[in-house]
Design a protein around this ligand. Structure first.
Ligand SMILES: [Zn+2]
Length: 71
C-alpha cells in the first residue's frame, strides 16, 4: 500500500453574482374580487378587464412581503 497523494481539491468557481431581477411591474387588484394581476398581464389583454368582468382596479403592492418586527 503506497500512500497516494491526496486528490487535489476541485476548484470551486466563485459564485457568479447574478443581478437581482427586480421587475417593477405594477400590480393591480380588482376592487371587486381582489384578483391580483400585473400590468404586464393586463397589457396582453385586449382590454383592461378582470376575470370577473369588473374593470376597476386599484394599485396594489407587488408581491414583496416586508416583515416588520413587532415591538
Ligand atoms: Zn375581479
Amino acid at each position: 500500500m503506497s500512500a497516494e497523494a491526496p486528490a487535489p481539491a476541485p476548484a470551486v468557481p466563485a459564485p457568479k453574482e447574478q443581478p437581482a431581477k427586480v421587475f417593477a411591474a405594477a400590480v393591480y387588484e380588482c376592487v371587486r374580487c381582489g384578483t391580483r394581476t400585473t400590468q404586464e398581464e393586463l397589457a396582453k389583454l385586449p382590454e383592461v378587464k378582470c376575470i370577473c368582468g369588473y374593470r376597476v382596479f386599484r394599485k396594489a403592492r407587488p408581491a414583496v412581503v416586508k416583515q416588520i418586527k413587532a415591538i
